[in-house]
Design a protein. Structure first.
Length: 123
């Protein structure tokens, strides 16, 4: 199913700083990284410390932000489906899984946006 152009643009939009995702390694321990779009989120996942990945993933913060702020239920569900294995391997394997799913979703949304624009221009 192709999302409407407005839904696609909404998922790819830049959001206000107050609604951004702010990476922490523990409650009250901000690690200095904030993102304001799904694309910035994908980029940050490459370099943010592994402690932040584990902290947020275990709490469901990534899924909640993607669903509630970005508005992408499909991507939130795909991230929710990732399981963590042994703790010492978990951070990097989790990072890779999340990055892969986010990057694939961004490509899908961009492709949907192009299809919607073409349809609009044909009419």
């Amino acid at each position: 199913m192709v999302k409407s152009n407005n839904e696609t643009k909404d998922s790819l939009r830049i959001i206000p700083p107050a609604q951004g995702f702010h990476f922490y390694t523990a409650v009250g321990d901000y690690c200095g990284v904030s993102v304001h779009s799904l694309e910035e989120f994908a980029d940050a996942l490459q370099y943010v410390c592994s402690e932040a990945i584990v902290f947020h993933f275990e709490r469901g913060d990534f899924q909640n932000w993607i669903r509630d702020v970005i508005g992408d239920n499909e991507l939130a569900k795909k991230i929710e489906d990732i399981k963590m294995c042994e703790r010492h391997l978990a951070a990097e394997s989790c990072r890779k899984e999340i990055m892969e799913r986010v990057n694939v979703r961004i490509l899908q949304l961009e492709a949907n946006s192009l299809v919607s624009e073409r349809r609009k221009n044909v009419r």
